[in-house]
Design a binder for this molecule. Structure first.
Ligand SMILES: Nc1ncnc2c1ncn2[C@@H]1O[C@H](COP(=O)(O)OP(=O)(O)O)[C@@H](O)[C@H]1O
Ligand SMILES: [Mg+2]
Length: 216
């Protein structure tokens, strides 16, 4: 489904060049659960942005289902990002003045199907909270709502950047369980974390050290 070949990413700064990613080679099959583990600054977010069609590699190729992501036209790349990828970050980034239901509907492609939002909120234990604004919810509930916003479009791929970073262990487990459930239904998950609490996750764990992948 996704193949990265000889991917490099350099950032140019006033104080010189930073090699954030060096010679990344990785193939991910549809339906896989891939965990990338690495310390802060190892290049995790850079890798995720490249996969999410948000950041062009300095060199190398990213193939998605045989499409060369960074050789597609802008419209096609936008379509991929909007329709095929769900994003979850460390903070939920919900809009403060919208209810949970309205926040989740921001991610919905088929607006003609409002029931889907409520079904998903119910499944994630948020039915009672649909009318509430994010500020009225716990951080764990907010993060589950952010997952709902990512899942509502039925993406092929979920990209998760330290999604449990702000959560206590119980809420972290709930969030991870939602991702595992999505994976069991055939979804592809790409999760990056600096944490070590990933032993119970399905699939592969790959280490990222100073911009280089080490499979374990
Ligand atoms: N926009 C940027 N400009 C300059 N350097 C950056 C930028 N983004 C990230 N970096 C640098 O690239 C390296 C990898 O960063 P990042 O991908 O955010 O790592 P991680 O998510 O693992 O913490 C770090 O050294 C970071 O300082
Ligand atoms: Mg990061």
């Amino acid at each position: 489904m996704i193949t990265l070949t000889n991917v490099y990413r350099t950032y140019k700064t006033k104080r010189g060049k930073i090699d954030a990613l060096s010679d990344i080679n990785l193939a991910i099959d549809a339906g896989e659960f891939v965990v990338i583990q690495g310390p802060s600054g190892s290049g995790k977010t850079t890798l995720l942005w490249i996969l999410g069609a948000m950041l062009r590699p300095s060199s190398g190729r990213v193939l998605i289902d045989d499409r060369d992501l960074y050789r597609l036209g802008i419209a096609e790349r936008n379509r991929f990002r909007a329709q095929e990828v769900g994003f979850v970050f460390q903070a939920s980034h919900l809009l403060a003045y919208l209810s949970l239901r309205e926040n989740v509907r921001l991610g919905q492609l088929n607006q003609a199907n409002p029931d889907a939002t409520d079904r998903l909120l119910a499944r994630l234990g948020l039915a009672e909270r649909a009318e509430h604004r994010p500020g009225e919810l716990s951080v764990g509930e907010q993060q589950r709502a952010a997952l709902a916003r990512a899942l509502i479009k039925g993406p092929k791929l979920i990209l998760a950047d330290e999604p449990t970073g702000n959560l206590d262990p119980r809420n972290a487990t709930e969030v991870l369980n939602i991702l595992v459930e999505y994976h069991h239904e055939g979804g592809t998950v790409f999760l990056v974390t600096h944490g070590r609490d990933t032993q119970n996750l399905p699939g592969r764990t790959i280490q990222l050290h100073a911009g280089r992948l080490v499979e374990v």
